[in-house]
Design a protein around this ligand. Structure first.
Ligand code: ATP
Length: 270
């Protein structure tokens, strides 16, 4: 079961340079996650505990997972990821056991960055403990909170959680000593989009006619993940056309395609 729901990567290959347009967020993650891992002595000498848990919230595909991976890379830590949705819909007691396993794996692999994606799946305030499925979800969350309350904050495990549904979160997990550092990770602004286009075309054979500033203007409302999809799709356009060089028109066409697809998606999901 462990192998299926937990993703363990030693020093993942994402670096800070791979992240576009999240300077303030990166700065905060470095202070709250990187510093305590790299300089636990500083915190000890100053006599304060670093924040226990950091919560990243914002729309899908904006770089939350990347931030967590990059800080694990920077600190040579093990990156351990589990999605909240994997912890639910399980047999009675299994969610809580998985949470225990998760912390055990983290302790065995210190220093570690523990990343819990979709935390709302186990920490949603809508949960109604009268139904048995919800009671199981509650137990899973209680286990998470008790693991967090129980561990030494100066230890070499840092916890980062992420959600797209901040509004749904149970305030119990936001209390001091838990996920008490909230970092919003929004969609990129126009400058961020330009940087992200440049990052994702770094290894592509792009023609001189490609105007990144114009692409950034065009792609309003795109997330980082959308921009990555646009770059890949533009490469596909070139291949279909039997070319190895990517033109501006490929990127524009790809943006139109990705945008049309994401409009379809949002029609069904919202
Ligand atoms: P979700 O909420 O759906 O889990 P997320 O916020 O964790 O999404 P990531 O998994 O970090 O998003 O991003 C998905 C992909 O999109 C990344 O692997 C990367 O290729 C690209 N991407 C997203 N944001 C950025 C960014 N700010 N800079 C560069 N690439 C980005």
């Amino acid at each position: 079961v462990r192998a299926r729901v937990m993703q363990v990567e030693h020093s993942p290959d994402v670096t800070y340079e791979d992240i576009g347009g999240l300077d303030a967020q990166l700065q905060e993650v470095r202070e709250t996650v990187e510093m305590p891992l790299e300089r636990p002595d500083m915190f000890r000498e100053v006599g304060i505990d670093p924040p226990s848990g950091v919560l990243l919230y914002g729309p899908p595909g904006t770089g939350k997972t990347m931030l967590a991976k990059a800080v694990a890379n920077q600190t040579d830590a093990t990156f351990i990821k589990m999605a909240g949705s994997e912890l639910v819909h399980k047999f009675i007691g299994e969610g809580a056991k998985l949470v225990r396993d998760l912390f055990e794996v983290a302790r065995e692999n210190e220093p570690a960055v523990l990343f819990i994606d979709e935390i709302d799946a186990i920490a949603s305030k809508r949960t109604d403990s009268k139904t048995s499925g919800d009671a199981e979800v509650q137990r899973t969350m209680m286990q998470l909170l008790s693991e967090m309350d129980g561990f030494d904050e100066r230890g070499e495990i840092r916890i980062i959680a992420a959600t797209n549904r901040f509004d749904m979160l149970d305030s119990a997990i936001l209390r001091p000593g838990r996920f008490d550092r909230l970092i919003e990770v929004p969609k990129p602004d126009v400058e961020g989009r330009e940087l992200i286009f440049k990052i994702h075309t770094r290894n592509m054979n792009v023609s001189d006619d490609v105007d990144f500033a114009e692409l950034a203007e065009l792609s309003e409302d795109a997330s980082g993940a959308d921009i990555k999809a646009v770059c890949t799709e533009a490469g596909m356009f070139a291949i279909r056309d039997d070319r190895t060089e990517i033109y501006m028109e490929d990127l524009i066409g790809a943006w139109e395609k990705v945008q049309a697809e994401s409009d379809e998606d949002s029609d069904v999901s919202r």
